[in-house]
Design a protein around this ligand. Structure first.
Ligand code: PMP
Length: 431
């Protein structure tokens, strides 16, 4: 890893904080730098290859450097950079999403998930005339000021010291009043949501939720929970916002809203929509998106919908659509890996707990039979997880440091079986 080590010295001179801290999760003494990725493999500067289940934090749903995505980006780039709307491809993409996503009557494009979340908040406030949001513990909605208050992955270590963990900031420098935007509740407790909304609906503009709590534990909704949120929002005329940044395109082309058959008023798609090229969509029912149509709500952004990003989105969707079995396959492969990991845990006597729908899932070390809410994640053994993730990395398999695995449309059965075998070897070594 000498080349990576040298690059870290160079990076530290110009990049504040050096580089991403993800390498610490791999128990590595220093960061590793990567040169390129292809399909399901990623390569580092010292010539090591890795089977990749991080997919660059999720977006690479058709794998690294998919030739059709690259070709589309190259072709459309030749048109010159046509920014800020007013080119045909943007309409084509919107038409495509309108066909695919059940609630997408109208939409707008932004650069990333965080911006689209804030746009949804703005629309919800404009239409309801109310200013607060109900959100859930352990759900991540980006890194901008208001959503960076509250329980989050980064606050876990520090939580024990806080009197009120619901308002723990995981960054310095946040606008001090932005925490007042939120009421934070545990997820999957419909009776509690009903009670609190009945009390506070006069202040609430929206409920925002990840349809699956992907960022902490990969917890699926209880049966009827999402539908219950829908009913509550209808009752009080507040917006139901689905943050589909992870679930979108991953559970199916219509996202979690199609998978669970619950239609939100507004939803956010990012990550996989364009294989990681910077574009996100805020989509929704006409009566809510109308706030933008009427120009009551400003939506701007110089860089929105540049041709390469729109091209990448159209190409990614077309690759996913070309084979009607794509999503079933991702479920099958994911579930094969989940079963294999559970079996390997049994064989090695490790308390590895694996849960999630298949195309993404979470691994944790815990005696709990299931992680049912965010606070359960505090009871997982972070040291063992680190040994596991680091052991996999040393043997050429990359998994997101907090234990999340993503399956792409280009992973193969051999990749899955290889990952199971290597996991078993690593599990044997963990003390
Ligand atoms: N919502 C969810 C559910 C996410 O997982 C993320 C990113 N991990 C975001 C919002 C923010 O998206 P972005 O990083 O594109 O700003």
């Amino acid at each position: 890893y000498q080349k990576s080590k040298d690059l870290l010295d160079r990076a530290s001179q110009v990049l504040a904080g050096g580089v991403s801290s993800e390498f610490r999760k791999y128990n590595h003494p220093h960061a590793i730098f990567y040169t390129h990725g292809e399909g399901t493999r990623i390569y580092d500067v010292d010539g090591n290859a890795y089977l990749d289940f991080t997919l660059s934090q999720g977006p690479l749903i058709v794998g690294h450097s998919h030739p059709r995505v690259l070709e589309a980006v190259e072709n459309y780039s030749k048109d010159g950079q046509l920014f800020a709307g007013q080119h045909i491809k943007e309409i084509e993409l919107a038409e495509k999403l309108q066909q695919l996503i059940p609630s997408a009557e109208l939409m707008r494009f932004c650069l990333d998930g965080s911006e689209a979340v804030q746009t949804a908040f703005r629309i919800a406030r404009a239409k309801t005339g109310k200013h607060k949001f109900l959100r859930f513990e352990g759900h991540y909605h980006g890194w901008l000021d208001n959503v960076a208050w509250g329980i989050s992955t980064a606050s876990v270590e520090a939580l024990g010291n806080e009197d009120d963990p619901n308002v723990f900031p995981w960054s310095a420098g946040l606008s001090p009043n932005s925490k007042d935007d939120f009421i934070v509740l545990p997820w999957n407790d419909l009776a509690l949501v009903e009670r609190i909304v009945a009390e506070k609906h006069n202040e609430l503009a929206a409920i925002i939720t990840e349809p699956i709590m992907c960022n902490n534990g990969c917890i699926v909704p209880h049966e009827g929970f999402l539908q219950g949120l829908r009913t509550i929002c209808n009752r009080y005329g507040i917006a139901l916002i689905f943050d589909e940044v992870i679930t979108g395109f991953r559970l199916g082309l219509g996202g979690a809203q199609q998978y669970y058959d619950v239609t939100p008023d507004l939803s956010i798609f990012a990550k996989a929509i364009a294989s990681g090229y910077p574009i996100s969509a805020i989509v929704g029912k006409k009566e809510w998106m109308e706030e933008i149509v009427s120009a009551r709500v400003i939506h701007a952004g110089t860089m929105n919908t540049s041709n390469p990003t729109v091209a990448a989105a159209l190409a990614t969707i077309s690759v996913l659509e070309q084979d009607s079995d794509t999503h079933n396959r991702m479920f099958r492969l994911g579930n094969r890996l989940i079963s294999g990991l559970r079996e390997a845990a049994k064989q090695t006597g490790q308390n590895l707990q694996v849960q999630g729908p298949g195309p993404m899932f979470n691994t944790a070390f815990t005696s709990l039979s299931a992680i049912k809410n965010y606070r359960d994640t505090f009871q997982t053994d972070k040291i063992k997880l680190k040994q596991f993730i680091a052991g996999l990395h040393d043997r050429g398999i990359r998994v997101i440091g907090r234990g999340l695995w993503y399956i792409s449309a280009v992973h193969t059965e051999e990749d899955i079986d290889h990952a199971i075998n290597v996991s078993e070897t690593v599990l044997k070594e963990i003390e």
